[in-house]
Write a protein that binds this ligand. Structure first.
Ligand code: GCU
Length: 673
């Protein structure tokens, strides 16, 4: 990962006028986040400066330049007098005065986060003085892993699970501890190891103990364990004849299991629930509401301080394609809007960023503006399910930023999505982010070395969603590959061009990614979108394409947004080109604002995208000798593959729509063969 602490090049080292001489720990207990922080600083300074610093108790501190680590209360009782009233939970204060460094957290986690922030600065050659407070934007900064108990990973592209094998938790959790370290360095404070399509056996006694071992390994890094549960467990695991959330025996069953969980993991974060979605059981089976289902768990974990992440990804996968007004994109608001105010206060509704499913381009989910009385979290996908599954490289933060910076205009006032998620628009205390990561046992964690920039970007944005996507990429490059200017420029260019390029050679103008959607979610298969119950429709005919989501003539989806945004999407003239086919059903010869027709845009974008992808591998080849051979070779292999596959994509999509519409390519490229 990015925690390499590589020695700095000599010219940068000169900038370090004086370096610390010892590490002082104000309130250490063994294996707490603070002692991890101290050891991390020790390791970092050893790697970067080649200096081995002692870790001292305050009483043993001699004169010199210290790195002082402690919570605010320990600092002010035993060391100094610091007045930082604006320090939030998990936040830190960092002061660097030449070699003297103070790292003060509101809580122990904050100290660890401050230590990583300090190390990140010097690992990037930044020795300037600094004094600032950094607080997380939101309390929930979790990752979800979709690992199955048998060791496979749903939508995982980097080998088998680091958590599970053969039905239970693996014995050797070394990789889990390394992963927790990576996550802590980004400020991630929660992890759910088990697939949202949950196996009821996760709650067996043996597995509860295994989960306890996972929690024990992550705790020193401040990463709380959360658990994904299967709604039908009282029946399938517990042997009851019902899983009705209002049945007293069911409630008792959950209370007992919850008690057993908290006995083994007293600081368990809570549960995540995927209910009544894609064949999963849920409260609707018993004509109970989704809120009844969520509150069942909310009550069970409440006495222990737990929370429930209740997923809004609820839709009917047998939708009727013949119904013009049917629309999967409406499902979340249809299901949740009327439940606003009915969820207990420890329920957080976890909403995918777009209304459908992690496509290359979606508008933000309208649900974020529709449940003001409910805490919400945004679900982002680090694993590149629809984005080339780590065989292609797509740097995703620029896409996330467009979503986060989007202004929903709630009550005709500025209300960015990041402000909604951060709780500032509707005054919610809980809220935040869930990133679906799906790391595996592959030593690169994600299968493609460059894809780690997405995990890095996710964590940093969850801490502060205002940050710039290119700045984050460059931080990651310096920490991961060093300081060579060609390396920085090359990976920056490939990274920043990768999402628009991928969009060009896959699905354009908001038509969705156009992968096969029935099985693999990989490779081109535009025909798979339509004529089935999955609802990822494009409604492509011989003359027209796009979903009519207008209120006046279509599914009404545009009307789920606050009025100003609704008006923008309702109107074809004000809908941005890049979402035109998401909201409108138009002739292939419809003119875009760019002046091109829809079909010609398809052809041109695919040729441009595939052509640009051909430039990535040769650019990477210029880095030979500037980075280590193994990562050089492995990335080159994948970039070459991506170049070839982008041509497959180009030809498949262009030929498909050429055959369907019969409209020639103005440049004469399509349909020649
Ligand atoms: C996607 C994905 C599934 C996953 C689902 C979810 O549809 O393909 O594998 O289970 O999302 O988020 O629940």
């Amino acid at each position: 990962g990015w925690l390499r602490y590589a020695p700095l090049p000599a010219d940068l080292l000169q900038g370090a006028a004086s370096t610390p001489t010892a590490i002082v720990v104000l309130n250490s207990t063994d294996s707490s986040p603070i002692s991890i922080a101290a050891r991390e600083v020790q390791k970092g300074l050893q790697g970067i400066f080649g200096k081995n610093l002692d870790i001292l108790q305050p009483s043993a501190a001699r004169n010199g330049s210290h790195v002082v680590l402690g919570t605010l209360s320990a600092y002010n009782t035993g060391w100094g007098n610091l007045n930082v009233s604006n320090l939030a939970p998990d936040g830190y204060f960092l002061s660097v005065r030449r070699g003297s460094v103070s790292i003060v957290g509101r809580n122990e986690r904050g100290v660890l986060y401050g230590a990583f922030a300090y190390l990140s600065r010097i690992a990037q050659g930044n020795f300037g003085d600094a004094q600032f407070v950094s607080n997380p934007d939101a309390p929930i900064r979790w990752v979800n892993e979709w690992d199955n108990l048998d060791g496979t990973i749903e939508r995982g592209y980097a080998g088998p699970s680091i958590f599970f094998s053969e039905g239970t938790v693996v014995k050797n959790l070394t990789r889990v501890s390394q992963y927790a370290r990576l996550l802590a360095s980004l400020g991630i404070n929660g992890l759910i190891p088990h697939n949202v399509n949950a196996n009821p056996s996760i709650l067996s006694d043996e597995n509860i103990d295994g989960l306890g071992r996972i929690a024990d390994v992550m705790r020193p890094y401040g990463v709380q364990l959360g658990i994904s549960i299967n709604f039908a467990s009282p029946k399938s695991l517990g042997g009851l004849n019902t899983f009705d959330p209002l049945d007293p025996a069911v409630i008792e069953w959950w209370n007992n299991r919850t008690k057993a969980l908290y006995k083994r993991v007293p600081d368990l974060g809570g549960f995540i629930v995927k209910a009544n979605s894609e064949g999963q059981p849920g409260p609707l089976t018993y004509n109970r509401t989704l809120a009844d289902g969520a509150n069942l768990f909310a009550r069970a974990v409440k006495p222990y301080g737990g929370i429930i992440m209740f997923r809004a990804f609820v839709y009917d996968r047998f939708a009727d394609w013949t119904v013009w007004k049917a629309d999967r994109a409406n499902a979340a608001v249809d299901f949740f809007k009327d439940l606003d105010g009915k969820f207990l206060d420890n329920v957080v509704v976890q909403i995918k960023y777009g209304p459908i499913d992690f496509q290359v381009r979606e508008p933000v989910s309208p649900l974020f503006a529709n449940i003001p009385k409910t805490a919400v979290a945004m679900e982002l996908q680090v694993t590149q399910e629809y984005l080339g599954q780590q065989s292609h490289f797509v740097y995703i933060p620029p896409m996330w930023k467009e979503i986060l910076d989007f202004d929903m205009r709630v009550n005709n006032k500025s209300s960015t999505v990041r402000d909604i998620v951060g709780g500032r628009v509707f005054g919610q205390k809980l809220g935040g982010y869930a990133g679906v990561v799906n790391v595996g046992t592959n030593t690169s964690w994600l299968g493609h070395h460059l894809s780690m920039s997405n995990l890095y970007g996710y964590g940093r944005l969850a801490w502060n969603p205002k940050q710039d996507a290119q700045d984050l990429l460059q931080e990651w490059i310096r920490l991961t590959f060093g300081f060579d200017k060609t390396v920085l420029d090359t990976i920056t260019r490939i990274g920043m061009e990768s999402w628009p390029t991928y969009e060009n050679y896959t699905g354009n103008l908001g038509i969705q990614t156009l992968t096969d959607i029935l099985y693999t979610h990989y490779g081109p298969n535009p025909a798979s979108q339509d004529n089935n119950g999955w609802g990822q429709w494009t409604r492509a005919t011989t003359t027209h394409i796009g979903m009519d989501r207008t209120v006046k003539n279509g599914t009404g989806n545009a009307g789920q947004y606050p009025p100003e945004v609704a008006t923008m999407y309702e109107n074809i003239e004000t809908t941005p080109d890049n979402l035109i086919l998401w909201f409108h059903h138009v002739p292939y010869k419809q003119r875009l604002k760019s002046g091109k027709t829809v079909i010609q845009h398809f052809y041109d974008a695919h040729y441009d995208g595939a052509a640009n992808t051909q430039t990535f591998a040769p650019a990477w080849e210029n880095l030979r000798g500037k980075i280590d051979q193994q990562r050089f070779d492995e990335v080159l292999f994948r970039l070459r593959y991506q170049a070839g596959h982008s041509i497959v994509w180009r030809d498949a999509i262009c030929n498909f729509y050429h055959n369907l519409s019969g409209i020639p390519d103005e440049a004469g490229r399509v349909g020649k063969h």
